[in-house]
Design a binder for this molecule. Structure first.
Ligand code: ACO
Length: 429
């Protein structure tokens, strides 16, 4: 007989099925809980709640395992291109040569954004944070493609929106940066691959020949792959929940970008560099900042340390740490912030506070250092994360629509006033 879970409430025993995933992880299926018992569950921050079943990404935080569609992240980071991984996540299998060529060339056809959108950029202040610009620009894309407003229109229309998003996000991201510098926009060059084209739009100037070290292109490819999906995190759940109302894909991805922006999520990579700069400006006394991080009265946290699900190590951090060492050596970067980062990593890994709480450097600790070394400005770090995460968000949205999941609508336990009556204003205290 299949396993069940029993809950005893008010003298009654209720049974709920236990479901098991392909990696043997188990869940008590309480879909029927409220109807059967009148109770709901309370799980602030969803630390124990599976919001969906999904066949896209598997991660085991205790064992430090991450796989996309069954492929270990280590293999993909070493051997694949970001576009191949995007195809894998979205369509479920690695592409054949023909599928890959078609996918790549279709993306290439859509890299331009409508000329009218250039005017939107010009209206933003130079100091506008590029995540704010990116999120609103992505939502604005929906206004140019009204046929995308009904996400269920047809599989072909869905695929076209997916291609447009993958193609245009790097253009929008690079232009957000160019605009902040008040530099001329560089139009995409379709002879370049995805990563090189992005670097071209970011760093090329019309007056100069564009050159980029292949080491930098490779590093970017790896970083984007490592960020491409991470199952049900804050931004991905946001994309799925916004999409569950049948809002269009642009709106759903725009919401995901906003969720990613926060310093406890994708914004951490920017915070890491800002923290290292602060420590450096303060004289570089790492021990002092470690003490601050441990002090419960002090709101300071070591940015880039800790993770909601990885309680052993973050497999992405392992890959990226090596990539970080390689690229810094190849580019001959000698940055004082790096020495602080290394010392911080060492102190935190040996310190009982961090060890007992399983606080290890996460992927964002190293990604910020690489981005800095390849010349990406700090405010663009989270934008880079968004470019990487886009295929994952799309895959999760697509899966959610194909599974015909119901609109996301959590419950709550109300703790407010029970009943009050309206007082005229002169009687209020
Ligand atoms: N520095 C110091 N102490 C920390 C840190 C940190 N970076 N992270 C967690 N702790 C402590 C907490 O104070 C808490 O201590 P306590 O048990 O004595 O109260 C304990 O470790 C558990 O922390 P929680 O906040 O409960 O863990 P949670 O799983 O909710 O948070 C999070 C995970 C948000 C990532 C947290 O570790 C953090 O704020 N890290 C810094 C921000 C960061 O790097 N975010 C990027 C995450 S990776 C990503 O989004 C791609």
């Amino acid at each position: 007989m299949s396993e069940t879970a029993k809950i005893e409430l008010g003298g009654n025993v209720y049974e709920f099925p236990v479901i098991e995933g392909t990696e043997n992880e188990k869940a008590i299926d309480i879909s029927n809980l409220r109807a059967a018992t009148g109770y709901v569950t309370l799980d602030t921050g969803y630390k124990n709640t599976g919001a969906t079943t999904s066949a896209i990404t598997f991660l085991d935080g205790e064992e430090g395992i991450l796989k996309y569609r069954g492929y270990p992240i280590e293999e993909l980071a070493e051997k694949a291109t970001f576009i191949e991984v995007a195809y894998l996540l979205i369509y479920g299998n690695l592409p054949t040569q023909l599928q890959l060529d078609t996918f790549r060339s279709n993306i290439t056809k859509h890299t331009l954004v409508h000329e009218d959108m250039k005017q939107f950029f010009e209206a933003y202040p130079a100091k506008a944070h590029p995540m704010g610009v990116l999120s609103s620009m992505v939502c604005s894309l929906s206004t140019f493609y009204p046929e995308s407003l009904d996400p269920n229109r047809s599989p072909e229309a869905k695929d076209l929106t997916i291609l447009r998003l993958l193609a245009k996000l790097p253009t929008l991201a690079a232009w957000a940066y160019k605009n902040s510098m008040r530099h001329p926009f560089m139009y995409p060059k379709n002879e370049f691959d995805y990563c090189k084209n992005f670097l071209y739009m970011m760093f090329a100037m019309p007056t100069e020949e564009f050159k980029v070290d292949p080491v930098v292109v490779d590093a970017l490819n790896k970083l984007l792959i490592l960020h491409a999906d991470h199952e049900q995190n804050c931004s991905t759940s946001t994309v799925r929940i916004v999409g569950s109302s049948q809002a269009n894909l642009y709106a759903s991805i725009s919401a995901g970008i906003s969720a990613l922006w926060g310093p406890l999520h994708g914004g951490a990579n920017q915070e890491v560099i800002e923290m290292l700069e602060k420590i450096h400006a303060d004289g570089g006394d790492v021990d002092k900042w470690v003490l601050k991080a441990k002090d419960k009265e002090d709101p300071f946290r070591l940015m880039g340390f800790g993770h909601r699900v990885y309680k052993n190590f973050d497999p992405r951090a392992k890959i990226i740490k090596k990539a970080c060492d390689d690229i810094l050596e190849k580019l001959g970067v000698n940055d004082p912030l790096l020495a602080i980062a290394k010392r911080l990593e060492q102190v935190a890994l040996e310190d009982e506070y961090f060890k007992s709480r399983n606080l290890y450097p996460n992927v964002d600790f190293y990604s910020g250092i690489i981005y800095k070394a390849i010349g990406i400005p700090t405010e663009m770090f989270t934008v880079m994360f968004a470019i990487g995460r886009l295929p994952g968000w799309i895959a999760q949205w697509k899966e959610m629509t194909e599974n015909k999941e119901p609109i996301g609508r959590p419950r709550q336990i109300y703790t407010g006033e029970v009943l009050r009556h309206y007082d005229s204003i002169e009687n209020r205290k």
